[in-house]
Design a protein around this ligand. Structure first.
Ligand SMILES: [Zn+2]
Length: 80
């Protein structure tokens, strides 16, 4: 396991969210986290301080914009 694997899932993920997140290939996880739209920056940014939980069977990621610190979120509906 590389160091990057460890960064993505942390104590801010619920158990359910972590198990869903872990089913996503690492390359796709990074694509997801590196392409989060920030309303403040008006571009896709990297989400930092990520926390995850499950809402209505979707994985919801919440965090901060890596550029300006604005709250950003990403809902992932399709997880196989
Ligand atoms: Zn921003």
């Amino acid at each position: 396991m590389s160091q990057e694997d460890i960064i993505l899932v942390n104590n801010n993920f619920s158990l359910q969210a972590a198990s869903l997140w872990n089913k996503i290939p690492q390359t796709k996880q990074q694509l997801i986290l590196n392409n989060v739209y920030c309303v403040q920056c008006r571009v896709a940014v990297t989400m930092v301080n990520v926390s995850g939980f499950v809402e209505e069977s979707s994985l919801v990621l919440k965090g901060s914009c890596g550029v300006c610190g604005e709250n950003v979120a990403r809902v992932i509906e399709e997880i196989n």
